[in-house]
Ligand binder design. Structure first.
Ligand code: ZN
Length: 426
């Protein structure tokens, strides 16, 4: 990206463009253009199968903030189109990314959706990817990149790009407060020229996690002492681990089913972002892993608690359990994650009906929705911005980026919410 100033002298510029995930949630992808072109995340809008715009220029490298599909879901497509560079991420993120991509490909196949890449491209990604620890710099010809822990899910990182005298910080998904599972995000940044900040929650604060934990433990104890089973549909990465870690404090049978099993093994191999890896290891040891289908039938007769995928009830073993237990008043379904519009979980939340795989019922089991968000809330975002006081802010990854940018501008910051495809000069 080169411009010519009035004296006809060539000047250099750095710019940032959202290829996806600007003024929306899903398919996150940011292109940093300068002497080096860098891609930050390359995700899939899982619900609508939407993909980002293709970065049609030579990339020096691609960086991945964390292993959720809305950030990594389309990365192998780069290799399908002949990308020969590396994808850089923390070791935990790379391990989890492979697991989720392989699963995503299987799900797409099963649903008859034509995928944007094949198994071979996932292999290529694995082969060429470069693990990077937190705080370690990677050097390109004209830029340096560093990852900082982001507190969102295991392995999650914020990405600092330093290029041509500019410092660009991309938060990725970030959480500034500690959870049962995760350490809090690193937030001590200085001299940031451009902050690209997620804005999933700009209108409200999350409930107190200590209170949520107390209530959950009481709820599961009550269900079990009433001879029932508590079902906890959870995302494989992050929430499954947090839940087994908390529930292992109870003296009731604890089961772990679905992709959370494999994800937990990978996370325990790379524990750098965990608050208490020993506790997670102990909880994982204590949880009975459900591997065969008949084991699911066997556990139904006795009280207990089941942590399983899918977090939004679309697919995964959870549908088996709901089918068997929805008529039982002494059982419960405890939903802890955000339910994206159009998912089975979202329909249940807004209509009270469970509609999935030929079933359309009003469950007799207790159904609870609680906010255990792995994102920062309004107070935390504002606190972060005031702390690091960046020269310019782009809000992305949110449903009200524009509105929030106007509000933050009113506080004296230069804040914007460009559309996808709109170039911002740094
Ligand atoms: Zn995420």
């Amino acid at each position: 990206v080169r411009g010519i100033n009035k004296k006809n002298k060539v000047i250099l510029m750095v710019s940032v463009t959202g290829l996806g995930g600007f003024r929306e949630v899903g398919r996150s992808a940011v292109l940093v253009e300068g002497k080096d072109n860098l891609l930050l995340d390359y995700g899939l809008d899982v619900q609508n199968m939407g993909v980002p715009t293709k970065p049609n220029l030579k990339l020096e490298g691609a960086f991945l903030s964390h292993a959720h599909l809305d950030h990594c879901g389309i990365l192998p497509e780069l290799y399908m189109r002949g990308f020969l560079g590396s994808v850089y991420a923390t070791p935990a993120t790379l391990g989890l990314c492979k697991l989720l991509l392989e699963d995503s490909l299987k799900v797409q196949e099963k649903r008859g959706i034509k995928s944007h890449f094949g198994p071979h491209d996932i292999e290529k990604l694995e082969e060429l990817s470069q693990p990077m620890g937190f705080g370690k710099k990677i050097q390109f010809k004209n830029s340096e990149v560093t990852l900082f822990s982001a507190g969102h899910v295991p392995g999650a990182a914020s990405i600092l790009v330093e290029t041509e005298g500019k410092r660009i910080l991309y938060t990725g998904d970030i959480k500034f407060s500690e959870t049962e599972l995760m350490k809090r995000a690193f937030d001590d940044f200085r001299d940031i020229d451009l902050l690209i900040c997620e804005s999933t929650y700009t209108k409200k604060d999350h409930p107190d996690r200590g209170q949520l934990k107390k209530e959950l433990l009481r709820h599961v104890s009550d269900v079990c002492s009433n001879n029932g089973i508590a079902l906890l549909p959870c995302f494989a990465v992050g929430r499954s681990q947090e839940m087994i870690q908390i529930l292992s404090e109870l003296d009731v049978p604890l089961y772990l089913d679905g992709m959370g099993k494999k994800a937990t093994s990978i996370i325990l191999e790379h524990p750098e972002s965990l608050r208490d890896p020993k506790k997670l290891k102990k909880a994982f040891g204590k949880a009975r892993k459900i591997k065969k289908h008949w084991e699911r039938f066997r556990l139904l007769g006795k009280p207990g608690v089941v942590v399983t995928t899918a977090g939004m009830l679309n697919g995964g073993p959870i549908s088996h359990y709901i089918k068997k237990l929805h008529k039982k008043e002494n059982c419960s379904l405890y939903i802890s994650g955000y339910q994206v519009s159009g998912t089975v979980g979202n329909v249940l939340q807004s209509t009270g009906r469970y509609v999935n795989e030929g079933l359309d019922v009003k469950p007799k089991m207790q159904v609870l929705f609680r906010d255990w968000s792995a994102h920062c809330d309004r107070t935390e975002i504002l606190g972060f911005i005031k702390k690091i006081s960046p020269k310019k802010i782009i809000f992305n990854h949110g449903d009200s980026c524009g509105e929030f940018a106007r509000e933050v501008s009113g506080m004296g910051f230069e804040a914007i919410a460009p559309k996808n495809g709109e170039k911002t000069e740094v």
